[in-house]
Design a protein around this ligand. Structure first.
Ligand SMILES: C[S@@+](CC[C@H](N)C(=O)[O-])C[C@H]1O[C@@H](n2cnc3c(N)ncnc32)[C@H](O)[C@@H]1O
Length: 267
């Protein structure tokens, strides 16, 4: 079942993807439409499967296709020119040198933050509970593993794994992560002009995450060294809990809850 009020159908963009599209629709509990049907007349949100992969299309607000793409565009640019271990998220997670930290990103979304951390050497377990977001993420990982000609990017996605589950349940049985990252969706993000269109569509699909406070408490019980919470720059800290310290970027702040000193080889 899709935990969302947004109407959504799966569409196979061509005959080659009929069987796979039908199977995806079945696994997500969604209606399926074959090629040639004008799905946009039926619903504003379409999950389209083509030879190029899985894309979330929305006719609302003139958004482009939303795909999980680790090999091109903004994510690739950030991989090459984002600032390496000097980036706010890397400093917050404690990666000062390429490290072997095991990081759990409990609110994976489309995996952008996770990819930055994996690109710097961490092993990252991504946990995502929304089945459509998890399907997009899985598709992005698969394509990057199969198609990327860049050795570094391929190695980074090999360090990433995906668990399609609610992190609150996953945490109870998972191996202890060194660092846990959280970035729950907040309703107030709607108001910010700085929010990328991609994130706005994701927001429509996923809705607000009302269990962020609970997730923080669980994360603080389970992480070995630290918990990192991504917030809008001026937002109050999650659960009203003051962090040990914060790393502030242009629009974002990373609140760091330090539990133990990181070993010097990774700090
Ligand atoms: C703001 S997005 C994260 C974006 C992500 N940081 C990135 O870089 O792409 C929040 C995501 O966390 C997921 N999420 C929220 N709470 C969760 C939970 N308890 N377990 C698993 N996923 C969760 C939502 O479904 C949503 O896709």
């Amino acid at each position: 079942m899709i935990p969302s009020s947004v109407p959504l159908v799966v569409v196979a963009a061509d005959r080659l993807n009929l069987a796979a599209g039908r199977e995806l629709a079945r696994s997500l509990g969604l209606a399926f439409l074959g090629p040639g049907v004008a799905a946009q007349n039926i619903t504003p949100f379409i999950l389209s499967l083509s030879g190029e992969g899985l894309a979330l299309l929305s006719s609302e607000g003139h958004f482009g296709a939303i795909v999980c793409d680790f090999t091109g565009g903004r994510i690739r640019h950030r991989y090459h020119h984002g600032g390496g271990v000097g980036q706010a998220i890397a400093r917050a997670a404690g990666i000062k040198h390429t490290s072997e930290l095991l990081i759990a990103d409990l609110t994976a979304g489309l995996g952008e933050d996770a990819f930055v951390l994996a690109g710097l050497g961490a092993r990252v377990v991504m946990v995502e509970r929304h089945p459509v977001v998890a399907a997009l993420l899985e598709d992005g990982l698969r394509r990057a593993r199969q198609e990327s000609s860049n050795v570094g990017i391929r190695a980074a996605v090999e360090r990433m794994s995906l668990v399609a589950a609610d992190a609150r349940i996953w945490l109870a049985t998972a191996d202890q992560p060194d660092v846990i990252c959280l970035d729950p969706m907040f309703p107030e993000r709607h108001k910010s002009a700085l929010v990328r269109k991609e994130m706005q569509v994701l927001q429509r699909l996923v809705g607000a995450d009302h269990d962020g406070d609970e997730l923080l408490e669980l994360a603080l019980e389970r992480a070995q060294y630290r918990v990192v919470v991504k917030r809008a720059r001026h937002a109050a800290p999650l659960a009203g809990r003051e962090p040990t310290f914060a790393v502030t970027g242009k629009t974002t702040r990373f609140d760091v809850y330090s539990l133990r000193k990181l070993p010097s080889s990774v700090e």
